[in-house]
Design a binder for this molecule. Structure first.
Ligand code: TYD
Ligand code: MG
Length: 459
């Protein structure tokens, strides 16, 4: 095949350059340029026409009211937790990117999904990392009926697409996108340009053929999907598979979804028969303490549509460094620094000479601000070496002036805590119901940080 015309783009800002150079001229970042294929304009227009734009060629301005909205066609995958994260099932012609650490269970999940789909839809599993024998033996171990499943061990995008055009699968799995390469580029497989070009070809194939495509993506040390950010823009949904290596629980989270809500969580447990769904996960992220321990606080988070009880742990220790450490696992680092400043100013606890480590139990990531109050309670509990009373929980946003702000769905969170036998809840005043008790649960509404700390430590 003739060598295609190529250019160099910056992975950060997307600026195009005619030749390679160390620094992007547009945004000034170093070492972000990589080679891509440039399509001749005529060919690119043709691809667009067969994809989204009207058949007449030039697109024209249209009143949205006159456009007939076509509901996307969905089919259940047979794995309820996966359907939940996808927003109600697999959408025809959609491209879903699944990222996660090595060994977290991406290949297992997708193979189990194919098993659950079974004979209902034709599928093709393309493996670029494992041999067919490895895939088959894993399938057997998972107890999947293998007769309906077709697999292909191939890494060339040209040959994969030729196979897929011929066999016309309804579900196509590419495991993983980092191993796929195109003959059009000289760059090594796994490089930004190869990944981007291969993904673009697969997206085009999905839109033209109506095949639902799953791309498995590796993650970088920073936790993002390896390859250009543009990969996340190209696909319809980005899911992350998370979990702690020591824990058997795995959480599937939608980071972007054109067909459903984000922040919906799917929860699985990894066992010797593969992944098992956990449809009722509310209390699995609590660590089992026999008695209250210092540095621990329980919160109710509501990610997606379900409340979850989660434990936040903190360790505050005298620092030997000039610049004490602030480490947040499962929470946002900058927010921790801000909360510690609020604690100093409005809670009267100075931790500027202390190392502060905060961790969310179970490898789960909490993104909502309802974690603010439990984080500060855990920090103060560790700092003073005083446990919070048994069966106590808290949630609430903490503002810069020390006020405790309400969070959405307060009552639902409180009911969940009550069903799990909690006795005392420290929550924003606006989230507290008129009655002081929900069942056995006493609800303490607070409006300022010092009130909340006093309620937590009975002072
Ligand atoms: P895998 O799906 O290969 O991960 P990924 O594709 O994300 O790299 O998962 C492999 C891990 O899962 C491996 O550490 C073993 C574990 N596992 C089980 O515990 N039970 C099982 O039934 C299977 C298939 C895997
Ligand atoms: Mg794998």
């Amino acid at each position: 095949m003739a060598k295609a015309k190529t250019a160099y783009v910056c992975a950060d800002c997307g600026a195009e350059h005619a030749k390679w150079q160390g620094q992007c001229v547009e945004c000034g970042v170093w070492n972000t340029l990589s080679e891509i294929v440039v399509q001749p304009a005529a060919k690119a227009a043709g691809a667009a026409r067969s994809g989204y734009a009207g058949a007449a060629g030039a697109a024209k301005v249209t009143r949205l009211a006159s456009v007939v909205a076509v509901a996307e066609q969905r089919s259940a995958t047979g794995i309820g937790e996966l359907d939940r994260v996808l927003g109600g099932g697999l959408v025809t012609g959609s491209v879903v990117l699944i990222g996660g650490d090595p060994g977290i269970g991406k290949s297992t999940l997708l193979l189990q999904m194919l098993g659950a789909i079974g004979q209902r839809m034709r599928s093709l599993y393309v493996t670029g990392e494992e041999s067919l024998a490895q895939v088959a033996s894993r399938g057997q171990r998972l107890g999947i009926a293998l007769d309906g499943l077709e697999a292909l061990a191939e890494t060339s995008i040209e040959r994969i697409l030729a196979e897929a055009m011929a066999s016309r699968p309804e579900v196509l799995i590419i495991d993983s996108i980092q191993t796929i390469w195109t003959e059009l580029l000289t760059a090594a497989p796994g490089s930004v340009s190869q990944v981007r070009e291969s993904a673009a070809r697969l997206v085009r194939f999905a839109k033209e053929s109506g095949t639902s495509v799953f791309l498995v993506g590796h993650v970088t040390k920073e936790g993002g999907i390896a390859g250009p950010r543009v990969l996340e823009h190209m696909v319809d949904a980005v899911l992350y598979f998370e979990g702690e290596s020591g824990s058997r629980f795995r959480v599937l989270r939608a980071f972007k979804n054109r067909f459903g809500a984000v922040n919906e969580l799917g929860v699985f447990a990894m066992g010797d028969k593969g992944l098992r769904e956990v449809p009722n996960p509310s209390a699995i992220f609590l660590s089992a303490h026999a008695q209250p321990t210092a540095g621990s606080a329980v919160m109710v988070t509501r990610e997606g549509t379900r409340p979850l009880l989660v434990e936040v742990q903190a360790l505050v220790d005298q620092s030997s460094l000039g610049n004490p450490r602030r480490v947040a696992l499962g929470l946002e680092q900058n927010r921790l620094a801000m909360l510690l400043a609020v604690l100093h100013r409005h809670g009267g606890a100075a931790v500027y000479d202390q190392d502060v480590f905060v961790n969310v139990v179970g490898g789960i990531r909490v993104q909502e601000t309802a974690a603010d109050l439990p984080v500060l309670l855990a920090v103060l509990s560790s700092f003073r070496d005083r446990p919070l009373p048994d069966k106590t929980l808290a949630f609430g946003e903490v503002g810069l002036s020390g006020e405790i702000r309400p969070v959405p769905n307060g009552e639902e969170r409180l009911r969940e805590a009550a069903t799990h036998g909690f006795r005392r809840a420290i929550v924003p005043k606006a989230n507290a119901p008129k009655k002081t008790h929900i069942g056995e649960l006493e609800v303490v509404g607070v409006s300022r940080l010092d009130e909340a700390l006093a309620a937590g430590f009975n002072v």
